[in-house]
Design a protein around this ligand. Structure first.
Ligand code: HEM
Length: 231
C-alpha cells in the first residue's frame, strides 16, 4: 500500500523510502501495544462485570446478522451503541497512554494562579483528569459504560475532561485504525465464545487484575489468562 502511494501519489505529494520507514515504525511502536492493552483492559473489566458482559453480548447479537460461523462484520458494528460506550469507559479509566506527549511552552503564561515560564516542559496527566470526581462525579473510579450512552463526548480532544487520544496538533493519528481493530476483535471474541478466568486461590482479585505496568504505555502488570468455551 505504501509503495503504491509512493508510485501513484494519490494525495498529490511525494513520499520517499525514509517516510515509508518512519510510517511503518510509527505503526509498530505507537500502534501495537496501546491497542492490545486496550483490548486486554476491556476483557478484564467485562470479566469483572458479568452483567455488563451480558448486555454487551445482547447489543452485538441485536445488531449483527446470525451466521453459522458467528462472524461479526465491520459494517454491523456502527449501530452497537453499548459496545461504543464500553470501549469509551475503558479508555477513561484505563487509558493505555495516560500521560500525553510532553509539550514545551513557547511563551510565558499564567494558569490558575501559577506562572509558567516559556521553555517549560509540561506533562498532561490524562489518567488523573479522567478520574477527577469534580467532573465525573463521586463514582469516577467505577466502571460504568452507561455514563457514555447519551453523552456527546468523543475522541477528538475538544473536551479536556476526556482526552484518551490526546488533543491538538499532536493528537493520536491512529484513532480510526485502533478503534476498528478493537471493535472488530472484541465483538468477534464475545460473539463466538464464553470467557472465564480461573478463580485465584489466594490474594485479592481486584489488586491482581487492576495492577498496572509503569511506563509511557500502561497495560496490565499481570497477564490476563482467560479461557474460552463454546456458546
Ligand atoms: C488504543 C489505542 C491507542 C491509544 C489509546 C493512543 C493514544 C495516543 C496518545 C494519548 C497520544 C499522544 C497525543 C497527545 O499528546 O496529544 C498518541 C500519539 C500517537 N499515536 Fe496513538 N494511540 C493508540 C493507537 C495508535 C495507533 C494504532 C497508531 C498507529 C497506527 C498510533 C500512532 C500514534 C502516533 C504516530 C503518535 C504521535 C503523534 C505525534 O507525535 O504528533 N496510535 N497516541
Amino acid at each position: 500500500m505504501l509503495l503504491w502511494i509512493q508510485k501513484e501519489k494519490p494525495n498529490g505529494f511525494e513520499i520517499d523510502r525514509s517516510d515509508i520507514r518512519h510510517i511503518i515504525m510509527d505503526m509498530f511502536i505507537a500502534g501495537t501495544t496501546a491497542t492490545s492493552a486496550l483490548l486486554e483492559w476491556t476483557m478484564t473489566e467485562l470479566i469483572r462485570h458479568p452483567e455488563i458482559m451480558k448486555k454487551l453480548k445482547e447489543d452485538i447479537r441485536t445488531h449483527s446478522r446470525p451466521k453459522p460461523n458467528f462472524y461479526v462484520l465491520e459494517e454491523e458494528i456502527e449501530n452497537m451503541k453499548y459496545l461504543k460506550a464500553v470501549i469509551k469507559e475503558v479508555l477513561r479509566i484505563h487509558s493505555p497512554a495516560p500521560v500525553l506527549l510532553p509539550r514545551q511552552l513557547k511563551e510565558d503564561i499564567k494558569l490558575k494562579g501559577y506562572d509558567i515560564a516559556a521553555g517549560t516542559q509540561v506533562i498532561i496527566n490524562a489518567w488523573a483528569i479522567q478520574r477527577d470526581t469534580a467532573t465525573w462525579g463521586s463514582d469516577a473510579e467505577e466502571f460504568k459504560p452507561e455514563r457514555h450512552l447519551d453523552s456527546p463526548l468523543n475522541f477528538q480532544g475538544q473536551n479536556f475532561m476526556y482526552i484518551p487520544f490526546g488533543s491538538g496538533r499532536r493528537i493520536c493519528p491512529g484513532i480510526g485504525y485502533a478503534m476498528a481493530l478493537v471493535e472488530v476483535t472484541l465483538t468477534n471474541l464475545l460473539n463466538r465464545f464464553n470467557w472465564k478466568v480461573e478463580v485465584r486461590k489466594q490474594g485479592d482479585d481486584d489488586q491482581y487484575h487492576l495492577a498496572e505496568t509503569i511506563g509511557l504505555e500502561v497495560g496490565r502488570k499481570f497477564p490476563l489468562i482467560a479461557s474460552p468455551s463454546s456458546l
